[in-house]
Structure formats: structure tokens, C-alpha cells
Design a protein around this ligand. Structure first.
Ligand code: GLU
Length: 305
């Protein structure tokens, strides 16, 4: 790494909407391994803007689960304490004429999509730009949408080598940056925070890969650098279904409080990645395995001290 490069900073950014399950713990482990393998700082960021879904107890349970697994962090942030930072970024886009208010209901949007000639791309319906043409209805709370540039934006994954290009108007559409109820949207907050916190490496679940090009586009509009992205597979159950907080996946808390050893849980997570490890391991023991994974993906790592 050149000496002038920004010091590596990674993060784990859980949404405190429930207890961490093994799948969340595996992503947390990999994010920690990545930050530490680079000799970088590691941040914990609670993404709690969607207040209706937040469970206040989940903050402490998550912290204790991470500590139990030996996944430490150098600084902690809570998004709900940073609303002014998101407001500033949004004000900049608005001042540049890049946002517009939108009072369309879900039903109106669904109808407009049906009526428009093209079927939605992929699985996600594309907002057809209704409010670009119609002024917002007075008396209804207005969301703010980003007038996406007429560009194709590509994201590159630094682990898998995958590249994903999306034409913003036709494949993403003008997306919401602040909801009608005043809640800042995940895409805005994540982009603002990663830049403000100097995050150089975003390791997260593969479910967010399709959202990466639009986040890269937003970074461009706000003048932020684009971090490296590494998307890791989500853990699945024996049926091959993705683990979910509501789907009965074993919470880490239950294992911890039930007297399970952290070392055995870490070994289970490591084995689920195909790593050959003994029955119990520490998070630190897994660092060489992550380093090898990165090297196989073409990374040259700083020599270990
Ligand atoms: N808060 C998001 C989640 O729990 C992760 C966001 C990110 O890593 O960019 O799924």
C-alpha cells in the first residue's frame, strides 16, 4: 500500500432490530478480520434510523455478543445521534437542484409502474418519476427523492472481482433520501457515514451488492471517495434458506447465556466458510485464514508486524 494512502478503516454496521443470529455474527467476524488483517481501525455503527423497527435492547445485546466473540472496535457511532450530518448532505443536494419533494402514495406509484410501457427491471420496481412531473400535493407529508443522473454507474467487488453496472434512470430510478415521516434513508446515511468516518473498506452481506452502484453514484454527487467493497455470502440454514432475525435462527445471545463457549461458535462460523479449524478457536486465530482469502483474491497485504 502506498504511504500516502488513507489508513484502512473498516466497520460493522448492524441494524438494532433484533438479536444477532449466527449469520449476522459471521458477517461481523469477517468485517473484524478484514479491518484487523489490514492493520486498520474497526468501527461499530448502529444503523437505527428506522425507529419503528428498532428494539432498544438490541444495542447492548449486540455489544455483548461482539465482546463475547472477541470482536473489539475502536469507536462506536449511533446514526440517530447524527441527524444533522445527514441533513447537511441532503441540503447540499437540494441546493444543487438534485432533489424534489414527492407525495405519491405507494398505490399511485404501483399503478404508474403498471401503466408504464416497460415492466420493472429485475425484482425491484423502478420509481417512474411521477413527482418529477406533478407538483407535490399540499397537506401530504413529502418524501425527498434524488433526481438520479442519466448515467450508468458500475461497482466493483474487491473480493469476488464481480462488476455490476446499472443505468440509474431505468434500473434504479429516483430513490428516496428522506421519507415523508422525516426518516433519512439508509442509502443516504450509509454513504454520508462511510465518508465522514473515513471508511476505506466496506465488508457486508451480499444482499447489499445490488445497492452498491446507487451508493457509488451518491458518493459521486456528494464529492466523496468510493471505498473498497467486499460482499460476503449470507449464511443459510440446512434448507439453503437465508437466516433471518425473525426466522428462528439461533440468537448469539441464547448461545452465550446458555453456557456455550465462544470458541466453539467461532469454529462453527469458520467451518461454515470452508475453513479447516480445530473445535475451538479465537477470532485472532482466524486472521491468517482471512489473509489467505484476500491473497487468493489478488490482494497484496502489508507484511505482518
Ligand atoms: N445496516 C445494514 C444491515 O444490517 C448494513 C449496512 C451496510 O453494511 O452497508 O443490513
Amino acid at each position: 500500500m502506498p504511504e500516502s494512502a488513507a489508513p484502512p478503516v473498516g466497520r460493522f454496521a448492524p441494524s438494532p432490530t433484533g438479536a444477532m443470529h449466527l449469520g449476522n455474527a459471521r458477517t461481523a467476524l469477517l468485517a473484524w478480520l478484514h479491518s484487523r488483517a489490514l492493520g486498520g481501525r474497526h468501527l461499530l455503527r448502529f444503523e437505527d434510523l428506522d425507529t419503528g423497527r428498532v428494539r432498544p435492547w438490541a444495542f447492548d445485546v449486540t455489544r455483548r455478543d461482539l465482546e463475547w466473540l472477541g470482536l473489539d472496535w475502536d469507536a462506536e457511532y449511533v446514526q440517530s445521534e447524527r441527524l444533522d450530518v445527514y441533513a447537511d448532505a441532503l441540503a447540499r443536494l437540494t441546493a444543487a437542484g438534485e432533489t424534489y419533494p414527492c407525495t405519491c402514495t405507494r398505490r399511485e406509484i404501483a399503478q404508474a409502474i403498471q401503466e408504464s410501457a416497460g415492466a420493472p427491471h429485475g425484482t425491484e420496481p423502478v420509481y417512474p418519476g411521477l413527482c418529477r412531473l406533478h407538483p407535490p400535493s399540499p397537506g401530504r407529508p413529502a418524501a425527498l427523492r434524488w433526481r438520479v443522473p442519466h448515467l450508468t454507474v458500475c461497482a466493483q467487488d474487491a473480493l469476488t472481482g464481480d462488476r455490476l453496472c446499472q443505468h440509474l434512470p431505468s434500473e434504479v430510478g429516483d430513490f428516496v433520501l428522506r421519507r415523508g415521516d422525516g426518516v433519512y434513508a439508509y442509502h443516504l446515511a450509509v454513504v454520508v457515514d462511510d465518508a465522514a468516518m473515513g471508511v476505506t473498506d466496506v465488508l457486508r452481506g451480499a444482499d447489499l451488492w445490488p445497492a452498491t452502484p446507487r451508493q457509488v453514484a451518491l458518493q459521486g454527487a456528494l464529492g466523496y471517495p468510493t471505498p473498497r467493497y467486499l460482499h460476503v455470502p449470507l449464511m443459510t440454514d440446512f434448507r439453503g434458506e437465508r437466516l433471518a432475525k425473525r426466522g428462528g435462527a439461533p440468537p448469539v445471545q441464547a448461545l452465550r447465556e446458555g453456557g456455550e463457549e465462544a470458541g466453539r461458535v467461532l469454529a462453527t462460523l469458520a467451518r461454515s466458510l470452508g475453513w479447516d479449524v480445530p473445535e475451538t478457536v479465537t477470532a485472532r486465530d482466524l486472521l491468517p485464514l482471512w489473509r489467505r482469502t484476500l491473497e487468493k483474491a489478488g490482494w497484496s497485504l502489508p507484511s505482518q508486524t
